[in-house]
Design a protein around this ligand. Structure first.
Ligand code: SD4
Length: 328
């Protein structure tokens, strides 16, 4: 199966709807949201064009769910989406053919949990929450995480689909030692929710880079890199080449910049700058961030044009092109 192509022109004119509450209506997509006025009420944002996922979070928030539970609902939609080759069931395997998942969650109290390199379990964002709530730890890895999941009743699921197996077999014909890291293979879900109580919670769920080295872990389960929330300030999540996000502790950086007075947009821009000032702007990988503050203002920034994100507020679930990018 072909990995999802890097978005761009394909999004123009597409529709971001498919919502559960009647109050939430369909809207045309792909325009800048810089002029959206902040209003009261829950907000949910997530990476990429995950319409149904963001709608699931929106529905939960509108019916009074706390932010973290809503974020996990969104992650679960993509974890079950076999067409998404970067999350959950149907995620691309590592170079040995094993699908290994990473996820993290964070709540408004500063609690967090994560799981890394988990096999045979679909709902790893929920599992990360269980690590947070039911163990004295923050992270569980590999077999330990899988055993923990099974002890809680998570079912064993073979995550490699026929399609992703075929793609992987195709890849093995010319397999290169270096993982394929470019702007065409990112579909990780990172989601941030602001609930009716004005608390922020978030989640991140991924199968990581396709055909990665066995044991490779990216940014998504690393608190502060793929996800960070400080409920007094705001939250941020990342998608793209995790190694670069980890090196710059991107999500933590964004929240700290907001603490110092930057807007979510300015903070996301600066986090992208931290990468490009070291690596140059002419890089063949993508990194993108989205962020939200306590007032529900959002920011988004990336290296290469084409990143989009979902935004729900006041009954409207929309897909927006990134507010700022470096390379067109
Ligand atoms: C990782 N950040 O494992 C993830 C990959 C990603 O969409 O975002 N894919 O590095």
């Amino acid at each position: 199966m072909k990995r999802r192509l890097f978005l761009g022109k394909t999004l123009a004119g597409s529709v971001a709807a498919l919502l559960i509450p009647k109050a939430i209506s369909a809207q045309d997509t792909s325009f800048s949201n810089k002029n959206i006025k902040t209003a009261k009420g829950p907000v949910s944002i997530c990476t990429w064009q995950f319409i149904k996922a963001n709608a699931a979070a929106a529905a939960a928030l509108e019916s009074g769910s706390d932010a973290l539970s809503a974020a996990i609902k969104a992650a679960e939609v993509e974890e079950l989406n076999e067409k998404n080759t970067t999350v959950g069931y149907g995620g691309s395997p590592d170079r040995e053919g094993n699908v290994t998942l990473d996820a993290s969650v964070m709540d408004h109290l500063g609690n967090c949990g994560s799981v890394v390199a988990v096999e045979n379990i679909v709902h790893v964002a929920a599992l990360a929450r269980d690590v947070m709530e039911k163990t004295p730890h923050v992270m569980l890895a590999g077999e330990g995480a899988e055993l923990f999941a099974k002890s809680l009743g998570y079912k064993h699921t073979e995550l490699l689909t026929e399609e992703s197996k075929e793609s992987w077999e195709e890849w093995t014909k010319n397999s290169k030692y270096k993982p394929i890291i470019n702007i065409e293979n990112h579909d990780t879900i990172g989601i941030l929710c602001l609930d009716k109580e004005e608390n922020i919670g978030g989640a991140c769920s991924t199968s990581g880079l396709g055909y990665k080295m066995k044991g490779r872990v990216g940014d998504s389960p690393i608190i502060g890199s793929g996800l960070f929330i400080d409920n007094t300030i705001g939250g941020a999540v990342a998608t793209g080449m995790g190694e670069e996000v980890v090196k710059t502790v991107g999500s933590f950086l964004i929240v700290e910049l907001m603490r110092q007075g930057r807007s979510p947009q300015e903070a996301c821009d600066e986090a992208i700058n931290r990468i490009t000032e070291k690596q140059g702007v002419d890089v063949d990988f993508q990194v993108a961030y989205i962020a939200i503050d306590k007032q529900g203002n959002v920011g988004s920034s990336c290296i290469h044009k084409g990143f989009t994100y979902m935004h729900y507020q006041n009954g409207i679930n929309q897909n927006f092109e990134v507010n700022k990018y470096i390379n067109s």
